[in-house]
Design a protein around this ligand. Structure first.
Ligand code: PLP
Length: 404
């Protein structure tokens, strides 16, 4: 039996390059984080060899006594991390990631073609909450279920709850989904609960992005108001890649994953204050932030007032090993050339950044934006300028960021 270096040096080399990239860059993608060595050890273990379909004590395969013990421990820790009473809430920890977790919920509580409403993708929602263009049902969710989006109030920023309320009375969804991939404010759960109750809909929260902040009690508690709560385990929670579904004890379903939830609480507070420092500095530098600021771990910068788009601005920091992502902002016409960038604080908080460093991050990004502006106006000379010329040219080909 050989280790990776002997068995497959080619793969080893690629992993090595990726490790180097992660180590040397400023990771500002709001959905990413650095997990601990302990988690990596657990994930890269003999557990990978085992089939364990079913639930603890009720498996379709033999030899699951240790897996049962582990899964039960994981469930206990997941409930404890979110301060949940085991009598009232259950959790399934088997989902492979966030999108399958969401789809499992839909299949558990809806029939095909039932109606659901989630935040529109260009307004910060996630693809798995249902997304359609006028021509196409883009998301599997909108192929198998009828989806109607709700949106932000473009004049004031936060979710337009009045419009959501009006639309639900017409559309009469069976499920309303709170939660987002690029929304810097907290959700108004009491209001959403009322809206859902008025039409007899389930209320689900996909807290994938903010679960570490929920565990740390630095944002609103979705468990007080929602019937079902889903999450990934690898974003602000800083666990390994996976998903979980929390459900009120009486109802339905189930899903995947393991622990590391027990060390999720610590980074929560600092993640939010670091993001606040980043947001304040960006505002000071004159940027327009979607929803006027941030209550959580991410900011969305609207670049349109500068005549720029996120696709190009994303590329300049990348040259300087700063990783962030282009993102749609309300009012965007195209998801291919969105008008904003999304910047998150979880990963670099894990690596020890404080508010001071996040202010510097804002300044770096500002420099990148200035360079993009300059490059757009005149480009000559250096390799970097050539690169900028390339990314600012109209022929620059772009990929979509919708899945993140
Ligand atoms: N839900 C939200 C709100 C997300 O932002 C994401 C991904 O970024 C997901 C679900 C999907 O998670 P995964 O990529 O693990 O399927």
């Amino acid at each position: 039996d050989y280790g990776l270096s002997e068995a497959d040096p080619e793969v080893r080399e690629i992993i090595h390059k990726e490790k180097d990239r992660q180590f040397k860059s400023l990771e500002l993608i709001a959905s990413e984080n650095f997990t601990s060595r302990a988690v990596m050890e657990a994930v890269g273990s003999c557990l990978t060899n085992k089939y364990s379909e079913g639930l603890p004590g009720k498996r379709y395969y033999g030899g699951n006594e240790h897996i049962d013990e582990l899964e039960t421990l994981c469930q206990k820790r997941a409930l404890a991390a979110f301060h949940l009473d085991e009598k009232k809430w259950g959790v399934n920890v088997q989902a492979l990631s966030g999108s399958p977790a969401n789809f499992e919920v839909y299949t558990a509580i809806l029939d095909p073609h039932d109606r659901l409403m989630g935040l529109d993708l260009p307004h910060g929602g996630h693809l798995s909450h249902g997304f359609m263009t006028p021509k196409r049902r883009v998301s599997g969710t909108s192929i198998y279920f009828e989806s109607m989006p709700y949106r932000l109030d473009e004049s004031t920023g936060p979710v337009d709850y009045d419009m959501l309320e009006k639309t639900t009375t017409l559309f009469r969804p069976q499920l309303i989904i709170a939660g987002a991939s690029a929304y810097p404010r907290d959700f108004d759960y009491p209001r959403m609960r009322k809206i859902a109750d008025a039409v007899g809909a389930f209320l689900m929260m996909d807290m994938a992005h903010i679960s570490g902040l929920v565990a740390a009690s630095v944002v609103g508690d979705p468990f007080e108001y929602c019937d079902i709560v889903t999450t990934t385990t690898h974003k602000s929670l800083r666990g390994p890649g996976g998903g979980m579904i929390f459900f009120k004890k009486d109802p339905v379903l189930g899903m995947d994953l393991e622990s590391a939830t027990n060390n999720a609480v610590f980074p929560g507070l600092q993640v939010v204050s670091n993001c606040g420092a980043l947001a304040s500095r960006l505002i000071e530098l004159g940027y327009k932030l979607v929803a006027g600021g941030s209550d959580n771990h991410l900011v969305l910068v609207d670049l349109r007032p500068l005549g720029l788009d996120g696709a190009r601005v994303e590329k300049i920091p990348e040259v300087a090993s700063i990783t962030l992502n282009k993102n749609s902002v309300p009012g965007d016409k195209s998801a291919l050339v969105p008008g904003g960038i999304r910047i998150g604080s979880p990963a670099m908080t894990t690596r020890g950044f404080t508010e001071k460093e996040f202010i510097a991050v804002a300044d770096f990004i500002h420099e990148g934006v200035q360079l993009t502006l300059e490059a757009k106006q005149s480009v000559k000379g250096s390799k970097l300028q050539d690169f900028m010329k390339f990314v600012t040219s109209p022929n620059f080909s772009l990929t979509d960021n919708v899945s993140d």
